[in-house]
Design a protein around this ligand. Sequence first.
Ligand code: 13P
Length: 253
Amino acid sequence: MTRSRRPFFCGNWKLHGTIAESLALATEVRNGVATHRDADVAVAPTFTALHAVAKRLEDGPVAVSAQDCFWEDKGAFTGEVSAPQLVEAGCKYVILGHSERRQLFGELDAAVNLKARAALRAGLAPIVCVGETLAERDAGETLGRVQAQLEAALAGISATDLERVIVAYEPVWAIGTGRNATPAQAQEVHRFIRARVATLAADVAPRMRILYGGSVKPDNIGALVGQPNVDGALVGGASLEARSFAVIVKNSI
Ligand code: 13P
């Protein structure tokens, strides 16, 4: 792994866990990664568990991320949660534009951009997800799709704010399928993402952390983060077991 960028690992718990279960898992994660001081680690519980988990993890090595936020701070927006509310609940990060939100809830690039800007305004670090479907990969459209998602999500964000943005490359065909991208496939897209970010902010691009996500497991993470442009991972299923998440962090640093 390129040591010029501090590795980052975020467990995306998706729609899993009661508050009690989330607290137990968070405690196990904290204990499991307590000695791994060479990486940033976060967990992303469901909205209802965020505050309790953030309290439990306060002052420790594990930060808390939300899985989404709305772009307005307040108002008549039934069902939404704003970025300032996430900060109040104890979040440092927010995952935005996850492919499940795009595919299942019709989230568009323009919404991801508005959310990223709201998150930055509130002081959160957005983890902006991009990635192609299998059909797009098979049609040779991977880089074009990733470029379109990336540039739309980051439109109008200043270089100063880009410093806080993390990008996650999550090929849709690799999420929850047990079929991860090869290290070479990940590296190709990660290098491309960094080059595109360089056209927006040349100084920021070498420092931006670009995570891989999609069927990350303890036995494949080493080769993935061994690639020069892979700076950590957004982990789904394997992050629901504290031990395997801790091993993923350990096998990477
Ligand atoms: P899996 O690790 O379960 O494939 O999920 C990846 C993901 O979507 C993380 O955000």
